[in-house]
Design a binder for this molecule. Structure first.
Ligand code: SF4
Length: 457
């Protein structure tokens, strides 16, 4: 259900100008780290091309690879479940937890479980769920959703973390030392790992050929959970499949460089079978993905490997923060995936973009992100989810832009008005556009007039 639009939520975020600048600069710094890592790899474009082609092939034969994966995973002793949607996914996990009388669950980062609202569901059923990724634990303690798919607490400063830990973990008030805070979190989480009855992890890649899943983290928290608990559940969307183990290196080389500028994530862990005495489950979730697969214009979005490079480069994301997107997956790719899940509730998201194309340029699997955002705008307008005032404005704009004479006349009227009544445009209540901008001085003549006068000289 819709709560608020991106623009009004962004307004809240940018109220704190210093934080907005800092958020913008931090993400740009990560984008630059990505650029350095990419430029050190001469075969980068070749890797992107291969990744895109492997994903294209996989999506065209998805049913075949999913069945192959299921067969091989089961042969390895893993129990495989299929979930049609988020509610189904949550019910399956609850049934496994109930079977084992599990009351304490540790969970490593999984955007799929965020998408399915798993934590809320389990907590309402009386089960404790602890997010073990440091950033996710910080936002969980603050009762906030993650604001970024790789860096869930990127909207917070160390002072915020210190206050949160002081309130919830009893750390020293005012101690902002990152090493102290990280050590405190480690002590707190160690206990949770040892007490857990069940561990949930996400899946970065599922290999059809072997039936194994691969989980990439920088903290080793997925491994701690899955190795210590008597039950391990790995949750994956149907698009996580790759056909062969030999394809994996293409994606792992792209993923870490695109995400943080690292050559590889600190932990790239392979899970093939339960260890002795353990039970392992894999839940394969659709939740609207096969509907997206059937939309020709948006099918490619299922190639996404959730690196977040498109977030870090996006000028709108960097200056509006992840919570403005009011969905589990924010940023440019979230604005393509979420209208598929609920078009009406997420009709604002494809408009939260300048369509500059920077997202498309950095995407390691070559998703045409900005083109899909533009396509979504057309679908959303056609389905009637665009405000009447915006529609009327666009129609008028189209009329003017298609008629050079009308365009020239409108331009001269606008310049004259700005020269004589420009002060009115600066009244912020009359002109929302001016609120965050400087009004430019009106030129004496249009470029066309200047060009006609000067071209013969
Ligand atoms: S769309 Fe591309 S750049 Fe964005 S998260 Fe997915 S793989 Fe990364």
């Amino acid at each position: 259900m819709k709560t608020a639009e991106h623009a009004s939520l962004a307004k809240e975020f940018i109220r704190d100008e210093a934080r907005t600048d800092w958020h913008d600069e931090t993400l740009w710094w990560i984008r630059q780290k990505r650029d350095k890592a990419v430029h050190n790899l001469p075969e980068w474009e070749q890797l992107r091309q291969w990744a895109s082609e492997i994903k294209d092939h996989t999506l065209s034969n998805l049913h075949q690879y999913l069945l192959e994966f299921e067969q091989n995973a089961m042969a390895n002793g893993v129990q495989v479940h299929w979930a049609i949607d988020g509610a189904d996914h949550n019910r399956i996990i609850k049934a496994i937890a109930d079977k084992h009388n599990a009351k304490k669950i540790v969970k490593s980062k999984s955007m799929l479980t965020e998408e399915c609202h798993l934590n809320e569901y389990l907590i309402a059923s009386g089960i404790e769920v602890i997010d073990t990724d440091l950033g996710e634990r910080i936002v969980q303690l603050r009762h906030e959703p993650p604001s970024h798919i790789v860096l869930p607490a990127i909207h917070l400063k160390k002072q915020d973390v210190s206050e949160t830990f002081h309130t919830h973990l009893g750390t020293e008030a005012g101690n902002n030392d990152p090493q102290y805070l990280a050590a405190s979190a480690r002590t707190h989480l160690r206990r949770k790992f040892l007490e857990a009855d069940l561990a949930i992890t996400g899946v970065n890649f599922a290999i059809a050929e072997t039936g194994g899943v691969v989980v990439c983290t920088n903290e080793g928290n997925a491994d701690m959970g899955a190795h210590a608990a008597p039950v391990h559940i790995a949750c994956m969307g149907i698009e996580k499949i790759i056909p062969k183990a030999s394809h994996l290196a293409v994606f792992t080389r792209l993923l870490a460089r695109s995400a943080t500028g690292q050559a590889i994530t600190s932990y790239t862990s392979h899970f093939h079978r339960p260890r002795q005495g353990q039970e392992m489950h894999i839940i394969i979730v659709d939740n609207g993905r096969s509907r997206q697969l059937g939309r020709d214009d948006f099918r490619n979005s299922l190639k996404c490997i959730r690196c977040a490079a498109c977030f870090n480069t996006c000028p709108v994301y960097r200056r509006s923060g992840g919570h403005s997107y009011h969905t589990a997956v924010a940023g440019p790719i979230g604005s393509i995936l979420n209208p598929n899940l609920d078009m009406k509730a997420n009709a604002d998201l494809p408009f939260a973009s300048t369509l500059c194309g920077s997202c498309t340029n950095v995407c390691p699997v070559k998703i045409n992100i900005h083109e899909q955002l533009w396509k979504w705008r057309q679908v959303i307008a056609k389905e009637g989810y665009v405000a009447g005032s915006k529609k009327a404005g666009m129609k008028m704009m189209a009329y003017v832009l298609a008629r050079p004479g009308v365009y020239r006349f409108a331009g001269s009227v606008a310049r004259w008005s700005l020269r004589h009544f420009g002060f009115m445009a600066k009244i912020k209540s009359l002109n929302p556009w001016y609120r965050q901008r400087e009004m430019p001085a009106a030129p004496k003549e249009s470029f066309r007039e200047w060009y006609v006068k000067n071209r013969k000289q």
